[in-house]
Design a binder for this molecule. Structure first.
Ligand code: GLV
Length: 332
């Protein structure tokens, strides 16, 4: 590491979480009222910044990177890295780190929360109480879906998908999953996508956002889902075609949706999804527990410090090879 490299931190983090970074580096913080990689104090220091601790809110593309001529490490406080142009980083010799593993349980907990909230019609039930409509106990009042004995279809079966499977099995659900690698798993049955959509009472998405998965859950996908099935998304909003989802819910084909991520994000307050009683939307809080966010900060800092010292990152994002860049006409 050069003597105390300068690191820019693009959002506000508790001082105690930043301690290992502050010990080893000079830090330029964002303006608290204007966080982000383009925050004025960060832009001012940009020519001297060697490391960036960013979040999924920061678009790290070629034009951003051009402002940071000495940048060597981008470390994102997220498992997802769809906000980072990896080819542009590779072309500039910048390594990229992310934070897988440490947010698995928190995100799986939220997927279950959304699944249960939709299955048991929580928004309608709590609204009826708040609005003074809690009347007589009725034998057929607010009937929901019981998870025990139902089929959960997991689209993507990495660490988070498997953690959801473990939880759902404890609720008595049968697990179907699709994943790219053709390996079986004792937690469930690997099937093709058509089998999954045709049989799942709940479909939960656990794939990263990429060119391949953008808009993947479109009208045709939703039409293949069982009538009355629920969709849960804790992955990335743009994996789902939002208009197609609205149509499928309006048509009554889907029973409901639990969304921690949406496209766009944030969802405007007048968005049709927010008028639907069978839709639960949370504001991208999958990893939002104190323990998890503290661990994410620690891992992001470990990635940064390793990269600045020229050591392998504990969790590096694989970058496209130089030959691929040349072939694709990438920069550099
Ligand atoms: C959250 O969405 C993350 O990618 O960490």
């Amino acid at each position: 590491m050069t003597a105390r490299p300068l690191v820019a931190v693009t959002d506000v983090l508790p001082r105690a979480w930043l301690e290992p970074l502050v010990q080893a580096c000079d830090v330029v913080a964002c303006d608290e009222d204007a966080p982000g990689v383009l925050s004025p104090p960060i832009l001012e220091a940009a020519p001297r910044v060697e490391g960036l601790l960013c979040t999924l809110e920061d678009r790290i593309d070629a034009s951003t990177l051009d402002r940071f001529p000495r940048l060597r490490v981008v470390s994102t406080l997220s498992v997802g890295f769809d906000h980072i142009d990896l080819a542009a980083c590779a072309a500039r010799g910048i390594v990229v780190g992310h934070t897988p593993g440490v947010l698995t349980d928190a995100t799986a907990d939220l997927a279950m929360t959304l699944m249960l909230a939709c299955a048991r019609r929580l928004p309608e039930a709590t609204a009826s109480v708040r609005e003074g409509r809690w009347g007589r106990w009725r034998p057929t009042g607010l009937l929901g879906l019981e998870l025990a004995g139902k089929v959960l279809g997991l689209v993507g079966f990495g660490q988070i998908g498997r953690a959801v499977a473990r939880r759902a099995r404890a609720f008595g659900m049968e697990i179907l999953f699709v994943r790219r690698t053709p390996t079986d798993d004792p937690l469930g049955r690997r099937v093709d996508l058509d089998t999954l959509t045709a049989n799942a009472d709940v479909v939960s998405l656990h794939v990263p956002l990429s060119d391949e998965t953008r808009g993947w859950v479109d009208g045709a996908f939703l039409a293949r889902m069982k009538p009355g099935a629920l969709l849960v998304n804790t992955a990335r909003g743009a994996v789902v075609d939002t208009d197609a989802l609205v149509d499928a819910l309006r048509a009554g084909h889907l029973g409901g949706a639990g969304l921690d991520v949406t496209d766009p994000e944030p969802l405007p307050a007048d968005h049709p999804l927010l008028d639907m009683p069978n839709v639960v939307v949370t504001p991208h809080i999958g990893s939002a527990t104190t323990d998890t966010r503290r661990r994410m900060a620690r891992l992001a800092i470990d990635n940064l410090l390793a990269g600045l010292s020229g050591r392998p990152l504990p969790h590096a994002v694989a970058l496209p090879a130089a030959s691929t860049l040349a072939h694709n006409g990438g920069p550099g």
